[in-house]
Design a binder for this molecule. Structure first.
Ligand code: F6R
Length: 614
């Protein structure tokens, strides 16, 4: 949600800043801007310079091409996902103070900005944008007495809310200041150059040495070094980490879209997880940070998550309850803390998040922790805020997910929940060892089955394209594939903008069946399972009302053809693992329909990859 990059060093800043923004574009893409302090001979006074514009980063590139910025090796840039104020040029970042000397880029929300605006206006400051960000540059201007760091400390101590900031000033052409509370910010350490960024991909071309700035930390970056401070202005020692992912992990590698690339990565993601987490039939959950006694004493589980991760949590509910007998509640994280959840020391909270920065999920975790629950996160991003606030973490290690629509993170979350359930079940001895072993065996086989499905993706593409004219889709599933229906609908609507609803198939007759006619497409998730016959009955009800059916079924099920207009087959596996398999055709249906409709698959309108506001 908004992307920041800042540079100080010995190279030209503008290409690095714009290139970095491109890699952060998944975080927001309604407007963008670059601000620099031009290079100058010693003693010559220079003015900060800004280019900003509405729309995607391509617009900013075009603007800089027609109106080039002066040479500079100090600058900040920003790609925006609007919260306060329309996505236009004036509201785009960076924002300057009255004198135009201090430039600020910001990710987050300043909750007390109205109060601060009034106070600043009384003092004569001219605020020109509708954003909650601009006041920060004026607060710094107000506090500035020749020491930029001291002025920034004074200014940010007045802010309430969440922020990651990049700050430069033409009075200090040798310094870039960064600060964070709540919103992610990293520092990249180079040789004779240093960087700030919202996320690692923005600077991966230049360095792999990273400092993950913590909440209430500030950093002063110079060409030849970085110092970190707390909000009292006291210098503190921090350790740099070396990130392991490769540059090509954040490139499309010949695929038309990141989403398609990430769909294709799913066999390797699972293969990797199985290799590191399974030793024979033993599940290894390094990072969980709960001993067997603690795990055995769990008598209630809450999964909290948003969007796709919430759907993974719903699948987890079925698996954990089936294998352990422990009741599981799944909450949309944005709702969790408003309903006074009954949580105690024997409750295990599983917080699921790809980014680990989702504000609602973080808020749910904080609520649960105040009530004494243990929190284990299932997370993809190493060192993220969620991980730092959890008692234990099970990393999915799916690699960077750039496509805004989550794919590989989803299947990795489900697989991790299965592994956790299998581990807990081995302690609880709730199901027979034979049953556990059979599920483990099938799980190990899933990567091969994924490759089989992907080999037939041309058939899925053909079916998707043929049905792309439908103005409304229903997705139906039962039991453990009810969450699959929700996820299939979410994938389609977010990238194709076609209204799509996911329903428990049995609920259809309680209302949604009124929608069915020859103009509706219905995706029926009907692999061989304990509820297969019931799904067939639902499909007959749809056929009787002329609805067009795309069925997702198990290979060898020829009979289903008589109930469906199109059939997409997945290989057989244990019923508990079917959500892992059906996810693939559901993702591909959404992808090919969106491509057919000419939609921007990787950057759908109004969305951002990491939602760091509530
Ligand atoms: C949908 C999607 C979102 C995210 C949700 C949570 O494709 O990507 O629904 O799943 O915003 O994000 P994380 O997992 O980062 O907490």
């Amino acid at each position: 949600m908004c992307g920041i990059i800042g540079y100080i060093g010995n190279r030209q800043a503008v290409p690095i800043l714009v290139d970095g923004l491109k890699k952060l574009e998944y975080r927001g893409y309604d407007s963008s801007g670059v601000g620099i302090i031009p290079s100058s001979d010693e003693g010559v006074v220079v003015k900060a310079d800004i280019r900003k514009t509405h729309g995607k980063i391509q617009n900013l590139q075009d603007l800089i091409r027609t109106k080039p910025l002066p040479q500079s090796s100090l600058g900040v840039s920003h790609t925006r996902w609007a919260t306060h104020g329309a996505p236009n040029r004036v509201n785009a970042h960076p924002h300057a103070d009255c004198s135009g000397r201090i430039l600020v880029v910001h990710n987050g929300i300043i909750e007390n900005y109205e109060q601060l605006t009034q106070a600043l206006c009384k003092k004569g400051h001219k605020i020109i944008s509708e954003t909650d960000t601009e006041i920060i540059s004026h607060l710094i201007e107000d506090a500035y007495r020749g020491n930029l760091l001291a002025a920034v400390v004074k200014a940010i101590r007045q802010l309430k809310g969440a922020f990651a900031l990049g700050i430069i000033s033409s009075d200090h052409p040798d310094m870039l200041i960064a600060a964070r509370v709540g919103s992610p910010l990293i520092i990249g350490l180079g040789k004779g150059e240093n960087f700030i960024a919202s996320d690692v991909p923005a600077i991966l071309d230049y360095t792999k040495r990273i400092i993950y700035l913590k909440d209430r930390q500030l950093a002063v970056l110079k060409e030849d070094g970085v110092r970190v401070y707390n909000f009292e202005g006291k210098s503190i020692r921090v350790k740099a980490d070396k990130v392991s992912f490769k540059v090509d992990a954040v490139q499309k590698q010949g695929f038309a879209h990141f989403m398609l690339k990430e769909i294709h990565e799913q066999p390797e993601v699972l293969q990797r997880m199985i290799k590191t987490r399974l030793k024979g039939n033993k599940v290894i959950l390094d990072g969980l940070n709960l001993n067997e006694r603690q795990l055995k004493s769990v008598n209630k589980v809450f999964a909290v998550a948003c969007g796709t991760a919430y759907h993974a949590g719903l699948v987890g509910k079925y698996v954990i309850e089936k294998l352990t007998g422990i009741p599981v509640s799944v909450d949309a994280a944005s709702e969790f803390r408003y309903r006074n959840p009954i949580v105690d020391k024997k409750t295990l909270i599983i917080a699921i998040s790809q980014s680990g920065e989702t504000a609602d999920t973080l808020a749910a975790v904080r609520e649960a922790k105040t009530k004494g629950a243990k929190v284990v996160s299932i997370c993809n991003v190493v060192g993220s805020s969620l991980v730092r606030e959890s008692d234990g973490v099970l990393y999915t290690h799916a690699g960077p997910e750039i496509g805004v629509a989550s794919t590989k993170a989803y299947i990795a979350q489900i697989a991790m929940l299965c592994l956790l359930a299998l581990k807990m079940s081995s302690l609880k001895k709730f199901v027979k060892e034979k049953t556990r072993k059979k599920i483990l065996k099938d799980l190990k086989h899933i990567p091969t089955l994924y490759r089989d499905i992907l080999r037939n993706k041309a058939d899925i593409a053909r079916i998707a394209k043929k049905n792309s004219h439908f103005g409304c889709f229903l997705f139906l599933g039962r039991n453990i594939n009810f969450p699959s229906a929700l996820e299939g609908a979410l994938k389609l609507k977010e990238i194709s903008y076609i209204p799509a609803e996911g329903y428990a198939a049995g609920e259809m007759k309680h209302g949604p069946i009124a929608l069915i006619d020859e103009y509706r497409a219905v995706v029926c998730i009907a692999p061989r399972s304990s509820v297969y016959e019931k799904m067939i009955s639902n499909m007959q009800e749809i056929r009787a009302r002329k609805g067009k059916i795309i069925a997702i079924a198990t290979q060898g099920d020829e009979a289903i053809k008589t109930h469906a207009n199109h059939v997409i087959y997945v290989p057989p596996t244990d019923e508990l693992l079917t959500p892992l398999l059906v996810a693939l055709p559901l993702q591909l249906i959404a992808y090919y329909i969106a491509v057919q409709l000419g939609c921007d698959v990787d950057q759908p309108r109004n969305l951002a990859k990491s939602v760091t506001v509530e």
